[in-house]
Write a protein that binds this ligand. Structure first.
Ligand code: ASP
Length: 349
């Protein structure tokens, strides 16, 4: 009889509340050693999995996350790709949605689970949400279909009781355990007594393609949120920043903006200068449909492209990623208009 191979999961700790401890003098939460964190979860030994660990030194609060560190995560995954069934990344919640979005583009042809999780309370606290998040994330990272293929070959966030597509996710709560939402795409799994995967919603990957990691970003971008009363001088100075390559413009409703002559002129001039302007809505649910109202149509005529139902986190990381690849502007435009990693619902416009 052949012995079945144990599932193997690589657990990567980048930092965040899950692994923090209270400084007795200042009361602030600070990172502590990863091996100490694991001691707090003796339950991990009950998994009949091989769980190896890797920790950022020093661990970081996710507010300090940077594209270079995304590159480090991708390097670790790439170097260990063949040796593990799945990867769990422990990450602070504050910028987890940005990291998940970035990784979804950086890990082209991903065919193994990359599950990000963290917690609202440190793992050493009695009421911590970290233990359950960690344990379930590991189980999901190792889950297989009947044919032996990974159940969720995607970058996801698991938090509280939902598995969400990473590039569809937003942090919505700084208080509750239920901190993340995916407004425009249903959960890939819901977790209660059972882990129920919504298999039809999970990406169908071509498992024959080798992983193609990417590392470059261009951060000559800005996110500009419109509001009633926004001043021309402010918009003009943003659009005139030397070297600016792209703008994520957060508009109203289904992608509408004030009908000010100066606004449309400034956006058109910027667009003609080669600055890519991507329209996303300030609404959490729903998509940009620039044809719907005159106030949206004028943006389309000014050369603004639709971001569809993309989250702000995803729009900005996708732009930085595409611009980092030194593609011609027309190709970046086309790719912003395409679904690369399940991040937009293309049939809305
Ligand atoms: N500031 C922390 C971080 O993002 C918050 C958390 O982990 O939830 O690293």
């Amino acid at each position: 009889m052949t012995k079945e191979k144990k599932p193997a999961v690589l657990l990567l700790y980048t930092g965040g509340t899950i692994g923090m401890i209270e400084n007795p003098e200042t009361g602030a939460l600070e990172s502590f050693r990863f091996d100490e964190l694991l001691k707090q979860v003796p339950e991990l030994k009950r998994f009949h999995y091989r769980i190896d660990t890797y920790s950022f030194q020093p661990a970081i609060d996710s507010s300090d996350m940077e594209p270079e560190l995304w590159g480090r995560i991708v390097r670790i995954i790439t170097e260990n790709y063949e040796h593990y069934d799945g990867f769990v990344i422990l990450h602070g919640t504050d910028t987890m949605a940005y990291t998940a979005s970035a990784l979804s583009f950086m890990l082209e042809n991903l065919s193994k689970p990359v599950i990000l999780t963290g917690s609202q309370l440190p793992i050493g606290k009695l009421r911590t949400d970290g233990k359950e998040n960690l344990i379930t994330a590991i189980e999901i990272a190792a889950a297989k279909r009947e044919n032996g293929q990974p159940m969720v070959p995607e970058v996801c966030i698991f938090f509280e009781n939902e598995l969400l597509r990473g590039n569809r996710t937003t942090k919505v709560n700084a208080e509750n355990f239920n901190a993340f939402r995916s407004f425009n795409y249903p959960p890939l799994a819901t977790v209660g007594i059972h882990i129920r995967f919504n298999e039809h919603l999970i990406r169908k990957n071509d498992f024959t393609q080798p992983l193609k990691p990417h590392f470059n970003f261009n951060n000559q971008v800005v996110m500009l949120s419109l509001f009633p009363g926004i001043r021309e001088s402010i918009v003009a100075s943003v659009l005139q920043v030397p070297g600016l390559k792209a703008v994520v413009l957060r508009t109203f409703g289904s992608g509408n903006a004030p009908q000010k002559e100066w606004l449309i002129r400034r956006l058109k001039e910027a667009s003609e200068k080669g600055i890519l302007i991507v329209n996303i809505t300030q609404c959490q649910h729903g998509a940009v449909e620039m044809h719907r109202y005159g106030t949206g149509l004028q943006l389309l005529q000014a050369g603004v492209v639709s971001g569809y139902d993309c989250t702000p986190e995803c729009a900005i990381t996708k732009l930085m990623f595409l611009l980092g690849n030194d593609l011609p502007l027309e190709q970046v435009r086309q790719l912003m208009d395409s679904d690369l990693a399940g991040e937009i619902t293309r049939d809305k416009e």
